[in-house]
Design a protein around this ligand. Structure first.
Ligand SMILES: Cc1cc2nc3c(=O)[nH]c(=O)nc-3n(C[C@H](O)[C@H](O)[C@H](O)COP(=O)(O)O)c2cc1C
Length: 167
């Protein structure tokens, strides 16, 4: 059985809440979840599949704990692992940098061919997002501030695809 680790960074707890909903959606498929501020970068190496989650702060910044660890994480050899990403943002307050933490995280990861779990941009309203590549988001995008009612269906849709990629 492949091992999946989910690592999230959160400032006000929203990304943690989404991480827990993703874990629930994995059902019987085992997955371990961690706040990135409590781990050592090498801990990522224990898993075959990785899920990374970050919110967006500043303009284009990942959540602070990701900003603190990312230089060490990109030095690890993560080739051979599948990686799925999710990001939180606020499309109403930050329509010109919507979910840019996710875009920055994607941009920093060296092996783009290992990244799975893109997500449709339909249903969101924003001007610009670095998380959008070739007409899709590079991972699941959640706007808990304005569209929390859509969280369950978005998480279910994305997790269903990611579980297949990870199998
Ligand atoms: C000061 C501040 C800056 C933010 N910057 C952005 C941004 O640039 N883009 C965006 O989509 N959301 C932005 N957000 C919204 C947060 O990413 C969003 O509320 C997220 O759900 C917070 O998740 P967390 O509590 O897990 O960290 C910002 C929020 C605050 C308070």
């Amino acid at each position: 059985m492949k091992k999946t680790g989910l690592f999230y960074g959160t400032t006000t707890g929203k990304t943690k809440k989404i991480a827990e909903l993703i874990k629930k959606e994995f059902g019987k498929t085992p997955i371990e979840i961690f706040d990135i501020k409590n781990i050592k970068p090498e801990d990522l190496l224990k898993y075959d599949n990785l899920i990374f989650g970050t919110s967006a702060w500043g303009i284009g910044d990942m959540q602070d704990d990701w900003e603190a660890l990312i230089d060490d994480i990109v030095d690890l050899d993560l080739s051979g692992k599948k990686i799925a990403l999710f990001g939180l943002g606020d499309q109403k307050e930050y329509p010109e940098s919507f979910a840019d933490g996710l875009g920055t995280l994607y941009c920093r990861l060296p092996n783009k061919e290992n990244i799975v779990g893109s997500f449709p941009i339909e249903g969101y309203k924003y001007y610009y997002s670095t998380a959008e590549k070739d007409g899709k988001f590079v991972g699941l995008v959640i706007d808990n501030d304005n569209q929390a009612e859509l969280n369950p269906q978005r998480i279910k849709k994305w997790t269903t695809g990611v579980k297949k990629e990870f199998a």
